[in-house]
Design a protein around this ligand. Structure first.
Ligand code: GDP
Ligand code: MG
Length: 177
């Protein structure tokens, strides 16, 4: 590959959504910087972070948006969703409540963005096996019913974090190419 091949520009906006404290900011911190914050506050949230990825030899920039904690007040604005082509819809496998909220987040996503936004349902904190409240089968079933990709992740032990982001980016790339 010459430099010219690599200069072709792909920039995909991807949004992180889901209830407060499910681990959205830590998924991004793990993916983009390989960092984890055991006691993170909403202040660690950046507006967005751009991550270069290599998909089929093409350089793709994923512009990943994180909330600054406004989801706590159900005040995620339409500007947050505008132009998004991908979404990670995150719940916490140790808190049933956060799984119950998924329907509402899905409605909000579809209200503010294209119906075709590539979405993965993410059950985060898979390391918390001993206090699991949402069985893997339930997450999988909801994803199938709604036509979403599905993965369980852990921002703490890194499992499936890169895979979850890559699933979304690869699918967007496949649709566009
Ligand atoms: P956000 O509000 O959705 O952005 O959630 P944060 O990323 O701020 O995480 C909320 C809390 O959950 C923090 O104390 C994190 O350290 C913790 N946390 C995030 N991801 C994981 C994970 O995969 N496993 C465990 N055990 N804790 C996590
Ligand atoms: Mg956050």
């Amino acid at each position: 590959h010459s430099e010219d091949d690599k200069s072709e520009d792909y920039l995909f906006k991807i949004v992180l959504i889901g209830d407060s404290a499910v681990g959205k900011s830590n998924l991004l911190a793990r993916f983009a910087r390989d960092e984890f914050y055991p006691n993170s506050k909403s202040t660690i949230g950046v507006e967005f972070q751009t991550q270069k990825m290599d998909i089929n030899g093409k350089e793709i920039k994923a512009q990943i948006w994180d909330t600054a904690g406004q989801e706590r007040f159900r005040a995620v604005t339409s500007a947050y969703y505008r132009g998004a082509v991908g979404a990670l819809l995150v719940y916490d496998i140790s808190r049933q409540q956060t799984f119950q909220s998924i329907g509402r987040w899905l409605n909000e996503l579809h209200t503010h963005s294209d119906m075709n936004v590539v979405t993965i349902l993410v059950g985060n904190k898979s390391d918390l096996k001993d206090i699991r409240e949402v069985p893997t089968s339930e997450g999988k079933a909801l994803a199938e019913a709604q036509g979403l990709f599905f993965m369980e992740t852990s921002a703490l032990d890194s499992s499936n974090v890169a895979a979850a982001f890559e699933t979304v980016v690869k699918e967007i790339y496949n649709i566009l190419s």
